[in-house]
Each structure stands twice: as C-alpha cells, then as structure tokens.
Design a protein. Structure first.
Length: 625
C-alpha cells in the first residue's frame, strides 16, 4: 500500500474511532453535531499524520516502538481536535467519548499493522488457528539455539535471522528460570547445564539438530573444548551470527565458527565508531595487503567506507586474491592493487607521489621467527630498511598518519625477527613523525590462524594422525584472532588521531594471561573429538634458536598506562635515542653483501643501545667465537 493509501486508511480509522468512542462512553444517539465532530477528529488525525509521518514506517515490520509512536500520534490528534473544536464552537464536551476514541484509534491502527506483519511473515493463520507450535519442517535442517531468551527472541524476530533456511527446534538458555518459556513458537528446552539431556530428548523425539547456533561467546566458552569437539565429531555444525564487518560482504546471516574462535579467549570488543570516523572518505594505503593481517585490514577498512584503498604487496598471488575478494564484496569501492617491494625506496616514492595516501598501515614484514633467524639479511632488509623507506615516503608525501604493526617479540628480543621489529619501532618514529604526520606503533602477541602460526601446523599434524611437535612444555604465548588484532590496529590509529598529543609509546592490548602452547595443542586435539596422548601423541623437540619460553608486551624500560578500555600504552621512561644514518648504511651494505654474522651482530648492538637509551652509533666489530 502506498503512502496516500496509508494516510487515507489512518484518516478513516480515526473517523470510525470517534464514533466508536461515543458508543464506548454510552452515547448511542447520533445527532447533527456528531458527524461534523467525527470529521473534525479525522482531520486532526490527518494533520498529525502529515506532520509526524507515521505512515512511513512499513506495516510489515511493526515493532513495539512503532505502537508507542501510534499512541503518541493518537494522543496529539485528540489535543488538536479539542483545540479545533474550541476554536470553532467555543465549547468542549464529551471527555469520556474522546478518551474512548483515543483507545480505539490506537487499537485499530496497531491491529492493522499486526495483521499486516502476520501476513508478511506467513504466521497469521498458524498463530490464530494453531493449538501448539508447529513441528520442525522435515525437509529443512534443524537448528538448536544456545543463548539467553532475550537474545533468542531478537534473533527469531529478525526477518533475515535464519538466512540458510534452518528450522529452530529449541533454545538452550544459560538461566534455569527461562526453561519452559516459548519464544515465537520455539520453546526453551533447558539450561546449558542440562544440555546433554536436552540433546538426548531431541534425538529420542526424532528432532536431532543438524547445527547449533551460539548467540554469544560466554555460553560457547562454558561448553569446553571436549564437548565442542564431540559435537563436531558427531557431524553437527557450530554456527554464530556474522559480525558487522562480515555482514558487509555476505548474503547469509549465519556462518560456521572457525577453529581460531574456539581456541581464543573471549575477544575484546572495541567501539567501531572511531574507526569509521577515521577511515570514512579518506585515501588509505596498506602495505603487505595480501598477508594475514594486511588482508583483514583491507576488509575492515573497506567496510568502514574509505574513499580509496591502495593495496601494496610484493606477492603477486596474495595481491590477486585480496583484490578479487574485495571486488566481489564491495564492487563500488575505489581500489588499486600495486605490486611493490618496500625495500625499493625509489619505487615506493613513485607510488606515494601518485596515490597521495592520507593514512598508511605498514603491515609488510617477515614474521616467521625461525625463517628470519636462518635468513637475517633478508629480515633486516625488509623489516628494518623497508620500514624506514615507508616512513620516509609517508612523511615526504604528506600522509596524515602512519601505523606500524609490531610484535611482542620486539620486547627484550632474543631472535633476529624480534630485533628487527624493535629497531623498526624506533625508525618509524624517527623517520616518519612530523607536524603533518603522526606515527602509531601497535604491538600484539601471536595471531591465531595467521601465516606461520602454530594453529595451521597443528591442524596438519592432527590430520596426519600425529604426532604434534612442541619445542618445550613450558612455552606460553599471548593469543588473539586476526579480526581482533586488526580492530586493535585501527583503534590505535583512531585514538592517536583524536588525541591532542601524538602517541609517545607503543599501543597494545590487555590480553589477559598467556596461554601454554601445550594446552592449546590439547584443546585442538579435543576439538576434533580425539583424546590427547591416546589418539594423538604430543612430542617435545627442544627450543629453537631465538625462541623464548615466554613473551611480554612491555619492556623493562617502558611504563604501562591505560589508554582506552582494553588498550594500554607502553611509554618509554626516557626519550628513545636517534639512529644515525651511517649505522643504517652500514647495516644495509652488510645485508646486501649477505654477511649474516655482521648483520646479526649489528642488529643486536642496535637493540642493546635502544633499550639502554644510549646514542646509537656504528657498533664496534665483534670477532667470531
């Protein structure tokens, strides 16, 4: 029904409501004054309708807030009618009739919308004529919902909630008191503590679910890895709703829970609005755009409405895949893929001169500890010199902000990779900061599911039947998911942008307690429905060169202070020293010559000077042992 039709219907209902209100008030006779007064009441309702535009709300999506708006408009209609009646007749009578008209008008308007929504959702006749909730449709996969009654009702009410045509067969709630409640025809069958009994009853009744939907993280965490693994091994899909960013490029409302989400701690939820305000309408460049972190940066930046996205990577395959993905998800996004190595300063300058990015996210790096340990020259050229090149280009061509992605391995580094990233932190500020360009450094722990992380390795080893290999039973690490890590990076830049003073320290996340890798391995085995040390062996192989038992996020010469909810700043106790250009030239010459011993010696001498806050000059040559 069009707008004119809705206005006409509202006006007619107001006319009828006035007459019915008189009957409700006990006035049954209709004299010469009644019909004009009813018409005046209808005109009052029409005027209010045109001013408040109540008819613009689609009838088929009526909600409680819409009913309240109807009541408000009806009340204002009564006031307008009373004022018009006084102005035209200089008298006012029939308060009871007017109250009755108000009640009936709200009832008629609300009923009209409720019936329309019932027809739209095809539940009107079922709700009126059905004696009990309809049984699950046999042709559709059955869904068991885990979550509080309020969350389940909101999900079932949403028109696109079930996306993949699942039929809900019940709800399992964290609270016992909600057992027995009926939510839009779906019953709360029991509490999470009685989940196994609920599942057994469904199976006995021939309603075994094909999938389980978790509406929140806390109920999922209460299940434990062993039970979740058993459910997966029995063929059930574990689902959750898409997040805000994911909904931007998917047609379905539900998705399967990834292994990384099952392994991680409850994620820190950050407010997305500052990030949208930062990125919206601006030109953004991401280095390492095809990598694990870089590609997720591109997705979240695209979802936040940037004006243009420049994706830079040295890997042709990775760049191709992320460009194609974004083209399918956001076809109207202005984007450009650029095949470029951050080691090539001249090529970088040409790119920055042509694209003029306003915000730069520097994610390009060599991150695998063992690989960089075996190839220190390549690590120095990419992580140290590449960071210098990007920082200089960002500053030279007027970028408003540059964000460097660092790692907890840069704190008291024992590996070449950690040493290169600690030096990169210093260089980013030294070569990138100016009045026009701000620099943010974001430091976080291991990322679940990223290239080179233990999770894909353990998955491969489990698929082969074991053994899972660990370097030491006491090794522990901080962990976060890729989307969470990227949220932190974006939030860090947003915080720095709105701050009056540029950030002096490194931003990191309050990540709770570190996780033992051996516990992570056991959980992965259990999530496959297997038993550790019985079905899959866990074998200790010994620490590798450059590897530490534990990692920390704040160094001894840094002081941690809160920056925002979930975010802390590790600020240096004294201003960091400057690195002389001659030192970098010597390091670059050694790296180009392939002198691994010299590169390793220079890197750790630089780190020692940085951590001790001493002037960084050309280190003395060290003799081989």
């Amino acid at each position: 029904m069009g707008r004119a039709g809705k206005i006409a219907a509202h006006t007619l209902l107001a006319f009828l409501a006035f007459l019915a209100g008189r009957v409700l008030a006990g006035v049954t006779n209709i004299d010469m004054h009644v019909l004009p007064q009813a018409g005046l009441f209808a005109v009052s309702a029409l005027l209010v309708e045109l001013v408040l535009r109540v008819e613009r709300v689609p009838w088929r999506f009526v909600a409680a807030s819409d009913i309240l708006r109807l009541a408000r408009s009806a009340f204002i209609s009564c006031l307008v009618f009373a004022a018009l009646l006084w102005l035209t007749t200089h008298r006012f009578e029939g308060l009871r009739a007017l109250i009755g008209a108000f009640v009936i008008q709200v009832f008629l308007l609300a009923s009209l919308r409720v019936v329309r929504r019932g027809l739209h959702e095809r539940v009107l006749f079922e709700a009126v004529l059905g004696l009990r909730p309809a049984a699950a449709h046999p042709a559709q996969p059955r869904l068991l919902i885990v979550g509080a009654a309020a969350e389940a009702e909101e999900f079932l009410r949403a028109p696109t909630g079930l996306g993949e045509r699942y039929t809900p067969v019940g709800v399992v709630s964290p609270m016992d008191k909600e057992t027995g409640d009926e939510l839009r025809g779906v019953c709360v069958l029991g509490s999470i503590a009685a989940f196994d009994d609920v599942l057994a009853q469904l199976r006995e009744g021939g309603l075994a679910p094909a999938a389980i939907l978790f509406l929140a993280d806390s109920p999922m965490n209460a299940f434990g890895a062993e039970r979740l693994g058993r459910l997966k091994s029995e063929g059930m899909r574990l689902l959750r709703r898409h997040g805000v960013v994911e909904m931007g490029h998917t047609a379905t409302a539900l998705r399967e829970i990834s292994l990384e989400e099952l392994l991680s701690r409850p994620p820190v939820c950050l407010d997305p609005e500052p990030v949208r305000a930062l990125v919206s309408g601006r030109r953004v460049l991401v280095t390492g755009a095809g990598g694990s972190i870089g590609s997720e940066l591109c997705r979240q930046i695209a979802a936040s409405g940037c004006a243009q996205l420049i994706m830079l990577d040295v890997s042709e395959a990775n760049l191709f895949h992320i460009d194609r993905e974004l083209g399918e998800a956001w076809p109207t996004l202005a984007r450009r893929e650029i095949l470029c190595d951050v080691r090539d300063s001249a090529r970088l300058d040409r790119v920055f001169a042509a694209e003029r990015p306003e915000i730069v996210f520097h994610a390009a790096a060599l991150k695998h500890v063992t690989m960089v340990e075996n190839h220190p020259c390549e690590g120095a050229r990419t992580n140290v010199l590449g960071t210098r090149n990007v920082a200089m280009a960002a500053k030279a061509f007027g970028a408003a902000h540059m964000a460097l992605i660092s790692t907890d391995k840069a704190v008291a580094p024992t590996s070449v990779m950690g040493a290169t990233k600690r030096i990169a932190e210093t260089l980013a500020r030294q070569y990138g900061s100016s009045h026009e360009t701000r620099v943010s450094i974001v430091r976080f722990g291991n990322v679940l599911g990223s290239a080179g992380s233990v999770v894909p390795l353990f998955q491969h080893q489990i698929a082969r039947g074991g053994p899972i290999t660990l370097t030491d039973a006491q090794v522990e690490r901080f962990f976060m998911t890729i989307p969470e890590a990227v949220q932190l990076v974006l939030r860090a830049v947003a915080l720095s942008t709105i701050s009056l003073e540029p950030p002096a320290g490194v931003l990191t996340l309050e990540m709770g307690e570190p996780v033992k890798i051996i516990d992570l391995a056991r959980r992965m085995i259990e999530l496959q429905g297997l038993v550790p040390d019985r079905d899959i062996e866990i074998r200790i192989t010994g620490l590798r060169p450059g590897e530490k038992l534990t990692e920390v996020l704040v160094d001894v010469n840094e002081a941690a202070k809160p920056k925002a909810p979930g975010v802390i700043e590790a600020a240096p106790m004294t201003p960091p020293p400057m690195i002389d250009a001659e030192v970098l030239a010597t390091l670059e010459a050694s790296a180009m010559a392939g002198d691994e011993f010299s590169v390793r010696t220079q890197l750790f001498a630089l780190v020692e000077s940085i951590r001790c806050n001493e002037p960084v000059t050309q280190p003395k040559a060290r003799t081989r042992a």
